[in-house]
Design a protein around this ligand. Structure first.
Ligand SMILES: Cc1ncc(COP(=O)(O)O)c(C=O)c1O
Length: 427
């Protein structure tokens, strides 16, 4: 598989290089040179999750890794299901929170760990630097925990992720170093990019990124869109609308890549909270990020979404007009109201999924089938959910275990030199 840097097109890399390197020159994202397409999607949908996902990922990776290798990577990474659940007639939740850290990031984080292991020499020293708005951190930390040659440094906005999200990855120790940055998620993401721009530092610590900057994470996420549609009754597969709760727009990028492979999706909806740079852009054609506002759907508190250039690139290459994307932004009050209404109808959700559901409900037409992505387990946002529903959610075992452990994070000013010192110290 060849990939090119969408900012500096002459930089062309293999899958292995893209996985190892994360980001290209001048902070350019890597994007596949060829966009494969399946002729017989019905046959693909008829397969089970693991063989189907192996075919999808092999179609992108090509001959660089054998199908057997990809199959064992998929088997090791995807050890939990992605079920759909009928919330009401014609509307389904795609539950992506059945993995070890209870969020959709487990698919990408674990597949990236497998990919990195497949494309590096055993003794190569790597430092994975990643920014998280809450869930990536846990998935990456758990996927790489205890790997001898890999140090993981995770930046998160101090006080701006849920306490349980924080406990899940800031209590591990060993090769996992967690850093609470005095800033918001966009600041954390900017520090990561700045580190990648520093060629000397990059070489010195063997820098890699596990954000959705890394193409292997996005590719893994394509697979659950196919898995969702495969579970729909056949007569409901022709007019499917998928609503994606979006922050950094990796998940929507993966969905659009699934469509480019031939998955029959009529329309995607980019659903955000009030950090609505993309819905406003789709409305006005003006890219005008504002200061990030903290919300109860904190993992989507992003105003400079990193993956948007990949979406533009894909749409441009395939001649898809951006106006075909649905869009919508939801306030905290509306998210809470929706979550409450869903619960009254018998489905327990959390704020991110509730946002996707609300906009889907508003925009779904007669005869269409709706799917919305439930990106995290409600208990990860226990404080918020309990507050809205007036209940006391029980913690699933992994959360209860980590909740009882001591936080090991260090605080950091929003300052690149301070971060450089941390990266050197952990070696
Ligand atoms: C629970 C949850 N929902 C939605 C999102 C947004 O996904 P993306 O950043 O891929 O748009 C995130 C990202 O961190 C998340 O953790």
């Amino acid at each position: 598989m060849k990939l090119y840097n969408i900012k500096e097109n002459d930089e062309q890399v293999s899958f292995g290089q893209a996985v190892r390197q994360g980001l290209g020159r001048n902070q350019g994202l890597f994007f596949p040179s060829e966009l494969p397409k399946f002729d017989d999607v019905d046959a693909l949908l008829a397969e089970d999750f693991i063989p189907r996902s192996t075919k999808i990922l092999s179609a992108f990776i090509g001959e660089e890794l054998s199908q057997d290798t990809v199959k064992s990577m998929v088997e090791n990474a995807f050890q939990f299901p992605a079920p759909i659940h009928a919330v009401k007639e014609g509307v389904y939740a795609l539950e992506l929170f059945h993995g070890p850290t209870l969020a959709f990031k487990d698919f990408g984080g674990r597949f990236m760990a497998q990919s990195l292991a497949a494309v590096t020499e055993g003794n190569e020293q790597i430092t994975i630097l990643t920014a998280t708005s809450g869930d990536t951190g846990a998935a990456v930390a758990h996927a790489f925990y205890g790997m001898d040659n890999i140090k993981v440094v995770i930046l998160y906005p101090k006080g701006k992720i849920s306490p349980l999200q924080e406990k899940l990855f800031c209590t591990l120790g060993k090769n996992i170093h967690t850093v609470a940055v005095d800033g918001d998620f966009d600041d954390c993401q900017a520090l990561v990019k700045q580190s990648f721009d520093d060629a000397e530092l990059r070489k010195e610590v063997g820098l890699n990124s596990a954000n959705s900057i890394n193409i292997s994470r996005l590719m893994a996420q394509i697979c659950y869109y196919f898995e969702a549609v495969s579970q729909l009754p056949k007569e409901k597969r022709s007019d499917v609308v998928i609503s994606v709760p979006s922050g950094n727009f990796g998940n929507l990028t993966a969905g659009l890549l699934a469509k480019s492979l031939g998955l029959p999706v009529k329309r995607f909806i980019a659903a955000t909270n009030v950090n609505d740079t993309v819905p406003r852009y789709l409305e006005t054609g003006k890219w005008e990020p504002k200061t990030t506002i903290p919300t109860i759907s904190n993992a989507m508190d992003v105003s400079q979404p990193n993956n948007w250039p990949r979406i533009e690139e894909l749409c441009q290459r395939l001649g898809w007009g951006l106006e075909t994307l649905g869009k919508g932004a939801v306030t905290d009050e509306q998210s809470a109201e929706t979550l409450k209404a869903m619960n009254a109808e018998g489905y327990l959700c959390e704020p991110h999924g509730a946002i996707a559901y609300r906009i889907l409900e508003e925009q779904l037409n007669e005869g269409e089938t709706g799917l919305f992505l439930c990106t995290a387990h409600p208990a990860k946002f226990k404080e918020v959910v309990d507050d809205i529903l007036g209940g006391d959610l029980e913690l699933p075992a992994p959360l209860a275990k980590h909740n009882a452990m001591e936080l090991l994070s260090e605080d950091l000013a929003n300052d690149f030199d301070a971060l450089k010192a941390v990266l050197r110290k952990v070696q």
